[in-house]
Design a protein around this ligand. Structure first.
Ligand code: SF4
Length: 336
């Protein structure tokens, strides 16, 4: 384990995960954990940056996300799974890094820039952003540097965060004349972007998602609402799978090659209707999620077991994290 390079990644506890999370993130983590010393954390501090006044579901959401992770194959024997707030060394490192990070570095953060634009359009003042939200790019850097991680699996939109982390690591090393922090690299993941059923980005708040934990009937009902070829109004209109915005994309992910070819030619010749096509797709989706769902409902029966996994993982993470804090406090010259 010690010779392996380290990776870290986290998710905010926003509730039950959907297929977009699975194909975009989780599936990749499950593979990476075989190759890397992996840290996966539930980012509850990060959740507070925007949901500080909506915490009533926090505990439940932590549990749901953990169930989804474990059911999808994140393995506590291979990976360290922890809750961010149970590793308060994260907050300690955040403070130390905040001291050396110039404010204009944080302002470069693309997410904050987007937020600023939204606030501007609403005629709100950027200074209304909470201090915590403004500092979240530094909190992310603390997450990454706490375990002196080599790589961070990210999508292209998050590369800027890893760049900032590298800048902060380099600045720390320069200021304190050390080479303690590694400069982490983004590990770009080729993600299959699964659209929501309405053709927009999949998201819980858009009500266009299929949850890993949805039952078969719900899944089928949801797939029925999926966008198809908008020019195909009646069953005997010839369809064009290339214009079938959502359903055919799902086929490409869930269908065997032969069946996808068959669907393609039946669609073009109008020998299958969209309703039938969706029904068959729903079967494939349900089949492929069957194992995850079974495992999830098994795990759900023993809440203490999954709680222990999180507590154990957090304990393991705390020990490693404390080593980092001890080291950097001695490098900085804090009283010991
Ligand atoms: S038959 Fe299937 S692939 Fe063709 S337009 Fe309808 S849903 Fe899409």
């Amino acid at each position: 384990m010690d010779n392996k390079k380290r990776i870290i990644s986290g998710m905010r506890p926003t509730g039950k995960l959907h297929l977009g999370h699975y194909f975009g993130v989780l599936k990749n983590w499950v593979e990476l954990q075989n190759e890397f010393e992996s840290y996966f954390f539930i980012a509850d501090y990060h959740a507070l940056t925007t949901k500080y006044n909506q915490t009533q579901d926090m505990k439940q959401n932590v549990e749901e996300i953990l169930l989804d992770w474990l059911a999808s194959g994140i393995d506590p024997n291979k990976s360290t799974i922890y809750l961010q707030s149970l590793v308060p060394q994260t907050a300690q490192l955040h403070i130390y890094l905040s001291m050396i990070t110039p404010q204009n570095w944080v302002e470069r953060d693309p997410t904050l820039k987007d937020l600023a634009k939204i606030m501007d359009s609403k005629k709100e003042n950027l200074s209304n952003l909470s201090y915590g939200l403004f500092g979240y790019p530094v909190l992310m850097s603390a997450d990454i540097l706490l375990f002196n991680t080599h790589f961070v699996p990210v999508g292209i939109d998050q590369v800027a965060h890893v760049e900032l982390t590298r800048d902060i690591a380099r600045r720390f090393n320069n200021i304190y004349k050390t080479d303690f922090f590694l400069e982490p690299q983004p590990k770009l993941t080729k993600i299959s972007l699964l659209k929501g059923l309405d053709g927009n980005k999949m998201g819980k708040s858009f009500n266009n998602d299929i949850k890993l934990s949805d039952d078969e009937t719900t899944t089928e009902k949801k797939i029925k609402t999926g966008i198809t070829d908008r020019n195909r109004v009646r069953k005997d209109d010839f369809g064009n799978p290339d214009n079938c915005e959502v359903i055919f994309d799902y086929w490409k992910i869930f269908g065997e090659e032969k069946e996808v070819e068959e669907i393609c030619s039946c669609c073009k010749s109008a020998s299958i209707g969209c309703a039938e096509c969706k029904k068959r797709l729903a079967q494939r989706v349900n089949e492929s999620l069957c194992e995850i769902r079974q495992k999830r409902s098994e795990l759900e029966k023993d809440k203490n077991y999954i709680r222990d996994i999180l507590l154990e993982g957090s304990k393991k993470a705390r020990i490693k994290a404390q080593e980092t804090i001890d080291n950097i406090e001695s490098i900085i010259g804090m009283f010991k």
